[in-house]
Design a protein around this ligand. Sequence first.
Ligand code: CDM
Length: 278
Amino acid sequence: FNQNPLKAETFRRGRGLYGSEDGSVPSPNMGDVGFVLLAGGTGSRMKANMPKQFLNLKGVPVLHHSLDLFLERLPAYCEEQGTSAPPFVVLVMSPDFQPDYQSIVDKYGGRLAFANPGEERQGSVSNGLDKLVEISKLSCQYAAIHDSARPLVTVEEICNVIGDAKEFGAAVLGVPCKATIKESEDGSLVLRTIPRKRLWEVHTPQVVKIDTLLRGFAKVEEEDLEVTDDVSVVEALGEPVKLTLGEYTNLKITTPEDMDVAEAILEDRKVEPVNMLA
Ligand SMILES: C[C@](O)(CO)[C@H](O)COP(=O)(O)OP(=O)(O)OC[C@H]1O[C@@H](n2ccc(N)nc2=O)[C@H](O)[C@@H]1O
């Protein structure tokens, strides 16, 4: 890599090796894509006095990074490209915090709506999806579900994953696993090692046809399956899910040290975080 700066750069950015040859970004029509932004967790692993989506990341709450992206930066990019912007964002948030965010909902009149969280992430997605179907009056064909705990996702990644969902019906951002992963039955002894070249760590947004998601949720409920992400319900139906190469930087804030890493990554970027409540 030292002798080949281009390859080193490609590797660092996670692009090119597995992604489009020329590194071009598609400009899919997003006029039929609704976003469900999940901010309904309690963040117990963070050991903070408030849920992690409200912690301060480079001057603004973690959640605001995604709100600004979905409500401002992505629509601006779509306009620049001459394509339709995503028309709706559903913000899944505890009723305890909704009054603090009502002014943003009012500001984006009709484009942004609240939904209440479920007990688990899956329940929050289901509530968000119902709200999206209600406010979009069936005009959205696709749902892009995003964890507010992933504040570093980029416009480029979103365009790529939406482009793939339009082609395959469902797509998920992810990166090839860097670590060797062991499976254990009892949490003590190794059962086996899963060949690393088959493993991907997946991120969000996960973009799925709404009608497929609704069918998948019905099946998951019927068979009492446990799912920790959204495309799992598509897998449960036996339908294809495209892996869209994302960036290693799209990390999920889970434990305190993730905040420092996220802050350092943001330092490197030109985007100035915006306080959406200001
Ligand atoms: C979808 C993936 O990101 C793919 O890697 C993960 O599987 C998600 O894993 P997870 O353990 O559910 O991650 P968490 O960080 O606890 O939650 C992800 C996001 O869902 C939201 N969340 C969680 C639980 C819940 N009842 N309602 C929610 O809206 C959290 O606020 C967070 O923004």
